[in-house]
Write a protein of this length. Structure first.
Length: 392
């Protein structure tokens, strides 16, 4: 049987053109920040403990660097998933981030200028002809300061390919079973990275003390579940009913999404009539994350996590290690496979280099590898982090 072709001709109509924005209705509150770090498994007290944060260099509770993506109504994927590809599905492929310095905190508003960037079509073993589409997101605060830029990559592929990848097989449908002893050891292992955060406290991680070719501490979290993925979904501000001035140009069917996956997600008219039809947890393409039946419909064996959350895990991993005095300036993440229900996520990294850049900033280059308990690679990343220089 011949592989169907992927018609991407409509995408050319959108490249380089600003898209209609979606705007926040209310400013962020501290509990929006707390909800986010709780959902992202990031127990850094700087972002949820008011008294602790007041003693920090910031003097108040602040959002983590991973936070701006919470307000975008598509996880940053909107400019990388524009234009019709008939009878198609979509997965996240990766993100590249640049961070410019302004801190986000309660009372701020973030808005996003979205511009489709480019696309290419490649042959893949997973889906045959596959479109790798990229788009840029520019996150500004209410003062007009550029907080961050995100270049998102979407993987778009034909309906037949997704269904064929799961046709007639039950491989991977069942979740792994963890014994009580394994669970107890897992909790001990998870706490090691949390203890690193506590040991740092409000102290800087000095650039002077960092050594090239040394390992970053291991970070472990999970076990992932439908409950934890639902918690992630609800921590994104845009998933809350009435939280956004919704786009009026978003139509899942016009993007080429198929039948039952083309519900009225994020539709402003339907939100006023029956919001459960629009928020993505129940109807529409995002429900593939939370319902095994719909996960298998697009080629996943069971419930699976969000690409934007994986990007946040990576940013938080680097930023937590850097201390409240450091800052992730740039990262590039490739998502290879989503986290699945019943699995854990294990993150490791290395210090590749340390240097002073052309702007006089004291930088370290690092990498990260994210795997599950079987060693299957979920994501890889590299980053450049600015650290605090020890005073002379």
């Amino acid at each position: 049987m011949s592989t169907p072709k992927l018609d991407c001709s409509d995408l050319d109509n959108y490249m380089g053109k600003s898209m209609q924005p979606a705007r926040m209705v209310d400013p962020f509150a501290n509990c929006d920040i707390r909800r986010w770090v709780q959902a992202m498994h990031y127990p850094n007290r700087l972002h949820y403990d008011t008294n602790y944060a007041m003693q920090s260099r910031h003097g108040e509770l602040i959002a983590p660097q991973s936070f701006p993506v919470t307000m975008d109504d598509g996880h940053g994927s909107a400019p990388s998933c524009i234009g019709k590809i008939p009878n198609s599905h979509m997965l996240f492929g990766g993100d590249e981030w640049w961070f410019y310095g302004p801190t986000v905190k309660g009372g701020d508003r973030i808005w996003n200028e979205r511009i489709p960037f480019d696309y290419t079509i490649k042959e893949t073993s997973f889906a045959g002809p596959t479109c790798f589409q990229r788009g840029d997101n520019f996150y500004y605060n209410q003062h007009g300061d550029l907080v961050a830029k995100q270049r998102s990559t979407s993987i778009r592929y034909g309906q037949e390919a997704g269904e064929a990848s799961q046709s007639g097989t039950t491989e991977g449908h069942e979740e792994p079973v963890w014994t009580d002893d394994e669970l107890e050891k897992l909790e001990e292992r998870k706490f090691e990275w949390i203890k690193m955060l506590h040991d740092l406290g409000h102290s800087p991680r000095y650039w002077d003390d960092v050594k090239k070719d040394t390992a970053l501490p291991e970070r472990v979290f999970g076990i992932h579940s439908i409950v934890s993925f639902t918690t992630e979904w609800r921590s994104y501000t845009f998933t809350q009913w009435g939280s956004m001035h919704r786009r009026t140009d978003l139509n899942m069917a016009e993007l080429g999404f198929v039948g039952p996956m083309a519900g009225p997600e994020q539709d402003p008219t339907e939100e006023a009539i029956n919001p459960e039809n629009t928020d993505g947890a129940y109807i529409g393409p995002s429900r593939g994350h939370l319902f095994p039946r719909w996960a298998r419909y697009i080629g996943m064996p069971r419930g699976y996590g969000y690409g934007a959350s994986m990007g946040a895990w990576i940013t938080d991993y680097f930023a937590g290690w850097a201390s409240e005095w450091g800052m992730v300036r740039h990262s590039k993440c490739n998502y290879r496979s989503p986290a699945l229900t019943g699995d854990i996520t294990i993150m490791t990294g290395n210090i590749l280099d340390k240097y002073v850049d052309e702007d006089g900033r004291h930088m370290v280059a690092v990498d990260c590898r994210m795997v599950n308990q079987l060693g299957a690679v979920l994501a890889t990343a590299t980053a450049e982090i600015e650290l605090f220089k020890r005073p002379e």
